[in-house]
Design a protein around this ligand. Structure first.
Ligand SMILES: Cc1cc2nc3c(=O)[nH]c(=O)nc-3n(C[C@H](O)[C@H](O)[C@H](O)COP(=O)(O)OP(=O)(O)OC[C@H]3O[C@@H](n4cnc5c(N)ncnc54)[C@H](O)[C@@H]3O)c2cc1C
Length: 477
């Protein structure tokens, strides 16, 4: 294989795999590098929930749906904050991407599609996931990719981290620099496709982009924002940090490690009705704990100082409520033995350990107990109040908003070319996936499946179209 590739795909995750597969299937000479020792990126972690309209599966089930309806519905949920050009491109291509995955053997859970799940529901059934989450997507892409690698159609280099993008005198991208196990190398390509994912695993970049948002994350170790930094170094425009929305909610196993989010905490009332109350750092309730809208709860938490909250309850609730974290049956042993799991004989002593005002916490609990007695929560309108908080010892779990994605990213044109600060494209440089910023496709909300599916679709689209687009551009010049 020559050392001038048609396409260099940087990253072999959700967007990079379809990009490399589809480009190689069309005869392009593809080089693909990934910093990790394996392919798949965030597919190994992601919940794998994807949305698509106009799919063959929907048609078989008699579900009438269109890309336009998907787009309109997504904008409804995000209150019009999705980038219109990319939102339309993503929804217009999601159906074909979904059908392609099914052709490759992807099987969603039997009753799919549904309209909702972890986030605000769509108005139509266009939301899918598989038993094995995103690993199910990885598992159908990998054999196709493996074969193209084995046939020499994709030159795959793992443990090879892109460190920069090389440009020519006209500013066009002509290659990348990589660190290959301590060895620096320059690789040349006619087109560069950056699919390096988000940056939530880069503490410094996170601080720079969103200085007011504390980082508590559950992400791929390689989501370090390398593509964003490299493109920015050659003049690419980066924005979108203002679209951050935290997920409700998480608890750090290690207070000093922002990536130690405990798995399994049940905060969604649809999964487990809350028996506890949630208070902020002032010791006051800030949200209707059983509010059916996750968007409502997430925005309420986002408005709290440092997105911190405490789950407060008593011994009676501990003994009677369903377990708050089914993945951690020994959770109770942590109370009094872990900085994020506090226990005390009085509410005042509990407040002291939580670092909140004792009088406020006592007044909050008294008002809640009165609401339980009267059956009416005048303050926040909670519907289900199982029992009062009155029996020592009292407990608090220190939780907070978490993230699995990063909001800011690269700006691109309608054909996914990276653009500069002045809005003009950087020739031969393309990007897809979370490197565009989660907010670009999901706005100021979590819209069902609007990160993973756009990553897959834009990767697929680039793989299928990049050479055609470049040929058309060359012909026009
Ligand atoms: C726990 C979790 C649950 C999620 N659930 C959902 C969901 O249900 N629905 C949804 O829509 N979204 C979900 N997301 C988000 C979604 O999965 C991601 O946004 C998407 O998978 C990102 O795809 P990507 O291709 O941009 O990045 P990735 O899949 O992370 O791929 C990036 C690849 O680039 C490589 N790389 C990074 N830097 C370099 C470098 N310098 N040089 C070479 N290679 C590099 C990485 O190793 C990686 O393989 C979830 C995310 C997480 C973490």
């Amino acid at each position: 294989m020559s050392d001038m590739w048609d396409v260099i795909v940087v990253g072999a995750g959700s967007a990079g795999l379809p990009a490399a597969i589809r480009a190689a299937e069309r005869g392009a000479r593809v080089l693909q590098v990934d910093a990790d020792e394996k392919i798949g990126g965030t597919l190994h972690l992601s919940s794998g929930q994807i949305s698509a309209a106009g799919t063959k599966r929907q048609k078989r089930l008699g579900i009438v749906d269109t890309a336009q309806a998907h787009y309109d519905d997504a904008q409804r949920i995000a209150e019009g904050t999705i980038d219109p050009t990319l939102g339309k491109l993503a929804t217009a291509n999601a159906g074909a991407t979904y059908d392609w995955l099914e052709e490759l053997g992807y099987e969603p859970i039997n009753h799919m599609p549904v309209s909702g799940g972890a986030h605000e529901p769509y108005l139509t059934r266009r939301y899918y996931w598989a038993e094995n989450m995103a690993v199910a997507i990885h598992d159908v892409l990998k054999p196709v990719h493996d074969k193209l690698v084995a046939d020499g159609k994709i030159d795959l280099r793992l443990k090879t981290r892109m460190t920069g993008i090389v440009t020519d005198a006209d500013g066009a991208a002509v290659g990348i620099t990589v660190d290959n196990g301590g060895k620096a190398e320059t690789l040349h390509g006619k087109n560069i496709v950056v699919t390096t994912g988000g940056y939530a695993h880069n503490v410094d970049l996170w601080k720079e982009m969103t200085p007011d948002i504390p980082l508590r994350a559950y992400t791929n170790d390689y989501s370090r924002g390398d593509g964003l930094v490299a493109a920015r170094e050659i003049g690419a425009k980066v924005d979108g940090a203002d679209t951050f929305l935290c997920t409700f909610a998480g608890v750090l196993d290690d207070p000093k490690d922002p990536y130690s989010t405990a798995l399994g905490m049940q905060f969604a009332p649809q999964m487990r009705e809350p028996w506890e109350i949630y208070v902020n750092t002032d010791g006051k309730r800030f949200v209707r704990e059983d509010h059916p809208s996750v968007d409502e709860r997430e925005h309420a938490l986002l408005a709290q100082k440092d997105q911190r909250m405490f789950v407060v309850f008593d011994e009676g609730i501990r003994q009677n409520a369903p377990h708050i974290n089914p993945l951690d049956p020994a959770l109770h042993d942590k109370f009094g033995n872990h900085p994020h799991y506090t226990k005390a004989d009085t509410l005042a002593a509990l407040a002291k350990q939580m670092g909140v005002d004792a009088a406020n916490l006592e007044a909050t609990v008294a008002a809640y107990n009165a609401a339980v007695d009267s059956g009416e929560d005048k303050e926040l309108g909670r519907v289900r109040m199982f029992r009062k908080i009155e029996e020592a010892p009292f407990y608090a779990i220190h939780a907070g908003g978490i993230t699995v994605v990063s909001p800011a990213g690269l700006n691109v044109t309608a054909d996914l070319q990276v653009v500069k600060e002045d809005g003009t494209p950087i020739p031969k440089l393309y990007a897809a996936g979370e490197v565009l910023g989660f907010g670009r496709l999901s706005g100021k909300a979590f819209v069902n499946g609007m990160s993973l599916m756009p990553a897959l679709s834009f990767g697929r689209l680039l793989g299928e179209k990049i050479l055609k687009w470049e040929a058309a551009r060359a012909a026009a010049e």
